[in-house]
Design a protein around this ligand. Structure first.
Ligand code: GDG
Length: 460
């Protein structure tokens, strides 16, 4: 068995399951092959030299952890700037929020080059290399330029936008060319693969050899959809834990005479939070039987607060929540409970289970794991209903959810009302089908499919 080397912007200690399903799944594969996990240490060196950072090596069981510090300048241009101020908004179709002309590209290239330089020294000839996410798209190209010939795969956790949106990034042709340094590129959904195919068809001189095979720049590349899943057993076990059971009991007690609607996410403009609050307001206006009864708990965990667009979003949400509570609230009922804090992962399954309806309504999302966690946390005898945006990658797999267009506030409110009134047998039927699929296509299935596909790419 070849040694697996995983590279991601942040790494997790695989022995600490608190980090979530992806860390567990990747950690297991690393554990099995005696692998190496490489990424940023999380440390910012205020007066550090750009393109330089100390390397830290650590052992966690059978796995080697290698991390590199970033200078302040590299952090601000590579991480905050290009990754989260250019690629994240564009790949979520938000050209209006992208900061194209701030010169962040230099830092992005510099950090990818530095990571490649540090990593190349740690590699062995038979390693299989798996790079994760938009922060590190050019990493394989950097490694190839240093003479590395190992098998290399890349998985993009966020959506790949249509060609004319991607083409707005000044460096789009360079970015896509660097992808051809990999042997396999994995995307979340068939829609993303179709976008890639259309991009190379219109913007490059690549030959499209098949639905999943492209040849350009002297290299053949496989591109396929690998929808990511969750660790179902781990999440169900979390649901059996004391913290989760307490959370459930507390919520059930508090909302025994009311209906609970729930949203859980990192605070991010891709998640459609203002639209969701406006939809909830519309629900109260249009179906007044919900006044005094329906309560929306919205968790918006703090995220990337030093990027300007996030501060503006926070203000907008606070003002919308204040207005809804002011206009509709009663002495013994507040329609929205908005929580701008992180909720402990151990309590999440209990919270999901207490909800009658989950609102998973992003404007664009690579996959969306909250939708899958909600399904797994439900009581199969009395399950809640998943209201899901058609623009989440998860919509391709979770067809039995109630599908909405989150921009269409009136019809989304109508769908939420339908969810609140759905008869038990329909709820059970839909939940059963969803649970079967979430269980079959879990994070281990995803990892195996990706790594098998990478192992089976024909040698060049
Ligand atoms: C990216 C892509 C893709 C949320 N709030 C809290 C909390 N969470 C946890 C959820 C879930 C995770 O964070 C969020 O995962 P998502 O998939 O919903 O979204 P992103 O963070 O945007 O992730 C996405 C994913 O990568 C994987 O490929 O699905 O499309 O954007 O697990 O439970 N966890 C805790 N407290 C919170 O307040 N502990």
């Amino acid at each position: 068995m070849s040694r697996l080397v995983v590279i991601s912007n942040r790494i997790a200690d695989p022995r600490k399951p608190a980090s979530g399903g992806l860390a567990v799944a990747v950690g297991q594969a690393l554990e099995a092959s005696g692998g190496l996990w490489f990424g940023w240490s999380g440390k910012i060196v205020e007066d550090g030299t750009p393109g330089e950072g100390d390397l830290h090596l650590q052992t966690a069981g059978n796995v080697q952890l290698a991390t590199v510090d970033l200078s302040r300048e590299d952090h601000d241009s590579y991480y905050l700037g290009y990754s989260n101020g250019v690629l994240w908004p564009v790949f979520h179709y938000r050209l209006d929020l992208a900061d194209f002309d701030a010169g962040y590209i230099g830092g992005y290239r510099r950090v990818n080059h530095m990571f490649a330089r540090k990593l190349a020294n740690l590699l062995q000839p038979d390693d299989v290399i798996w790079v994760h996410d938009y922060h590190l798209m050019p990493l394989a190209a950097e490694l190839r330029a240093m003479g590395c010939r190992q098998r290399m795969g890349f998985f993009l956790h966020i959506p790949l936008p249509p060609p004319l949106i991607l083409a707005a990034v000044p460096e789009h042709d360079w970015l896509v060319r660097t992808l051809f340094a990999y042997d396999l590129v994995g995307l979340q959904s068939d829609a993303d693969v179709a976008h890639f195919s259309r991009y190379v068809g219109t913007e490059t001189s690549a030959d499209i050899l098949g639905e999943h095979e492209f040849r350009a720049f002297g290299k053949t590349l496989q591109v396929q959809a690998f929808p990511i899943g969750i660790d179902v057993d781990e999440f169900q076990a979390l649901g059996q834990g004391r913290e989760s059971q307490e959370m459930y009991a507390q919520m059930k007690g508090e909302y025994s005479r009311r209906r609970l609607l729930l949203g859980v996410e990192r605070m991010d403009y891709s998640k459609g939070l203002p639209q969701r609050l406006k939809t909830f307001r519309h629900l109260l206006q249009t179906y007044p039987e919900n006044v005094g009864s329906a309560t929306l708990i919205q968790i918006a965990a703090p995220s990337r607060e030093s990027v300007d667009a996030y501060a503006a979003l926070r203000q907008e949400l606070e003002s919308l929540c204040g207005a809804i509570n002011g206009n509709f609230g009663e002495l013994d009922w507040m329609p929205v409970r908005y929580i701008h804090r992180n909720v402990a992962r151990k309590r999440l399954p209990g919270l999901y289970r207490a909800a009658s309806v989950a609102l998973v309504t992003p404007l664009r999302d690579g996959m969306n794991l909250v939708a899958k966690e909600f399904v797994v946390a439900q009581d199969p005898d009395d399950p809640g209903v998943l209201v899901l945006s058609r623009f989440a990658g998860a919509a391709e797999q979770l067809a039995e959810a109630l599908m909405v267009n989150p921009y269409d506030i009136a019809r989304t409110a109508e769908t939420i009302q339908r969810a609140l009134q759905m008869p038990l047998d329909e709820r059970q039927r839909r939940h059963q089908s969803l649970l079967t699929r979430v269980r079959e296509q879990d994070v281990h299935w995803w990892r195996e499919r990706f790594l098998n596909a990478l192992a089976n790419v024909p040698a060049p």
